[in-house]
Structures are given as structure tokens and as C-alpha cells.
Design a binder for this molecule. Structure first.
Ligand code: NDP
Length: 267
């Protein structure tokens, strides 16, 4: 039986084993998936090798540290400089990043997006921004402070400080900050957000497991909106395709997404 695991800290809350073990069962794959609490990224590498795992998922706060400990990297992982999926093959750790694919699949029903405003510039934002760009969507990245905007400037994104944000029309507005996770705050002033939302078509907050004030406002303004639950499930589905080297059809992926939402797998 092949073994897989998700590594993070904290990890107790993770529903990744539920998702992946469910997929193994559905596709008759003789494998088991567990969760492992670790203190640093080096421990992840050692654990995978010692226990001969076939693959792993990496979650907070190790996605960037493990990037430097992989022997080979996919193009997406190289671009994002972070790894959320590992395949252990021929004694090598191969790093992938499926967050961007997961995000794009989560907004698959949102048609006609040409422009996006991404609020936030942290680790998760990179995969979202690069996936949108790959899909020919023009992205403005707005962040509270300068430092994290450098990555985006170097990749030719338009950038702005949140305090200088220009009010104009964006088809899609995404919150990728952590604001709203622990509090009921908004990442920018409500009056500004209302003006931006008014002109937009779709609103996404990648935070999951909680209805943030950001999404409450979108709902109150009757905007099509979603949280990060579908992104979370779909990055896992893309990871499982890498693990088992299988292709899960678009129709099956939609079915899995629906089942996962019904089972509250991302909460
Ligand atoms: P990071 O710590 O890398 O980045 C945090 C971002 O939030 C930075 O841009 C930071 O700005 C901004 N920020 C923090 N506090 C404030 C504030 N008070 N006002 C304005 N901006 C603020 O976090 P991650 O990118 O790893 O995660 C961000 C969120 O995305 C988390 O809530 C996480 O749950 C969610 N997530 C969802 C996933 C999914 O699959 N749905 C996957 C991964 C993450 P600054 O640079 O100025 O500090």
C-alpha cells in the first residue's frame, strides 16, 4: 500500500486526509493518506524519505521553506517559489504547486473575466495572480505595504498600495489577505470597497470556513461571490492527479467538488 501525508503546523484541523482517502476509494487506488504535525521543513523531507511516502501535501507555514528542499520543481512551483504538492520518485523530491489550478477551477463558472483586482500579496496570492495571468486576465495587485509587491513588479503586474487604490471597474475582485479570518475587519475601508464592488461582476475571498465581512458585503450588494472552499478542494484534486498519475475528468471534478461542499470537507 502506498502512503501519502499532509504536513503543516497546525494540522489537526486539516480535512485533506478525508478528501484524499475518499478519492483513493472512489478510484480504487490502494493507498492511505495521513496528517503529520512538523516543526520545520527539513523534518518533512526526512519523514517522506524515511517512511517511503509516494507523495505529500504541504500547508502553512512550510510551502516556501520546502521549495528550497526539493530536488526538482515544476514550472508552476518555480514561478510561485512555493510548493504545496510533492511526489517522491526515484529518490527525488519533486515539488509542484496546484493552488493556481485549484483557484481557476473554482471560478470556472465565472465567465468573461478580463480584469481582476487582487487585494493582498502574500504566499497564496502568488499562485492566484500567476494563474489569472496565465489565463490572459489583467491583474492589479494591491497590498498594505511595499515589500511583498516586489515579486509582482518583477513579473510585470500592475501594483498599488491599498492606501492609493484607484477606484475603477474590475470584473473580479479577490481578497487574498488574511484579514477577516480572526476578526470581522475588512482589508480596506468599507466606502472604498463598496465603490469597487458596485462596478464588479464577481467577488471571491480565498479564506474558507468562515463567512468574512468581505463576503457579507458582497452578498449584501447582490454580487456573485464565493469563499476559498472550492479552491481548497480543487487544489487537492489536482494534487491527487499528480500522486496517482491519473486524469480526473472535468465532469468528475465537478462531482467531487459538489460532494465535498455537501460534506463540508473544507470547513
Ligand atoms: P501571508 O501571511 O503570506 O500574507 C498575508 C497577506 O495579508 C499580506 O498581503 C499582508 O499584507 C496582508 N495583510 C495582513 N494583515 C493585513 C491588514 N490588517 N490589512 C491589510 N492587509 C493585511 O498569508 P497567505 O497568503 O499564506 O494566506 C492568506 C489567506 O489565504 C489566509 O487567510 C489563508 O487562510 C488563505 N488561503 C486559502 C487557500 C485556499 O485554498 N482557499 C490556500 C492558502 C491560503 P502585508 O504584506 O502588508 O503584511
Amino acid at each position: 500500500m502506498t502512503k501519502y501525508a499532509v504536513f503543516g503546523n497546525p494540522i489537526k484541523h486539516s480535512k485533506s486526509p478525508q478528501l484524499h482517502n475518499g478519492l483513493f476509494k472512489k478510484y480504487n487506488i490502494n493507498s492511505i493518506y495521513e496528517k503529520v504535525l512538523v516543526q520545520d521543513a527539513k523534518e518533512i523531507r526526512d519523514y517522506i524519505i524515511k517512511n517511503n511516502l509516494k507523495g505529500a501535501n504541504i500547508t502553512l507555514p512550510f510551502k516556501e521553506d520546502i521549495y528550497y528542499l526539493c530536488d526538482e520543481l515544476s514550472d508552476d512551483a518555480k514561478d510561485i517559489q512555493a510548493v504545496n504538492t510533492i511526489l517522491y520518485k526515484n529518490n527525488k523530491l519533486i515539488g509542484y504547486n496546484t493552488d493556481g489550478d485549484g483557484f481557476m477551477e473554482s471560478i470556472d463558472s465565472y465567465k468573461g473575466i478580463k480584469t481582476a483586482l487582487m487585494i493582498g500579496a502574500g504566499g497564496a496570492s502568488k499562485s492566484v495572480a500567476l494563474a489569472l495571468k496565465k489565463n490572459n486576465i489583467k491583474v492589479m495587485v494591491a497590498n498594505r505595504s511595499h515589500a511583498k509587491l516586489e515579486f509582482y513588479k518583477n513579473k510585470s503586474f500592475e501594483t498599488s498600495l491599498l492606501s492609493d487604490i484607484e477606484i475603477k471597474q474590475y470584473d473580479l475582485i479577490i481578497n487574498t489577505t488574511s484579514v477577516g479570518l480572526e476578526t470581522d475587519d475588512l482589508p480596506i475601508k468599507k466606502e472604498i470597497l463598496e465603490k469597487l464592488f458596485l462596478q464588479s461582476l464577481y467577488i471571491v475571498d480565498i479564506i474558507y470556513g468562515k463567512e468574512t465581512s468581505f463576503l457579507k458585503l458582497a452578498k449584501a450588494m447582490n454580487k456573485t461571490n464565493q469563499d476559498g472552499a472550492m479552491m481548497l478542494v480543487m487544489q487537492g484534486v489536482y494534487a491527487s492527479m499528480i500522486f496517482a498519475d491519473i486524469n480526473i475528468s472535468f465532469e468528475d471534478r465537478k462531482e467531487i467538488m459538489k460532494d465535498s461542499m455537501n460534506a463540508n470537507i473544507s470547513n
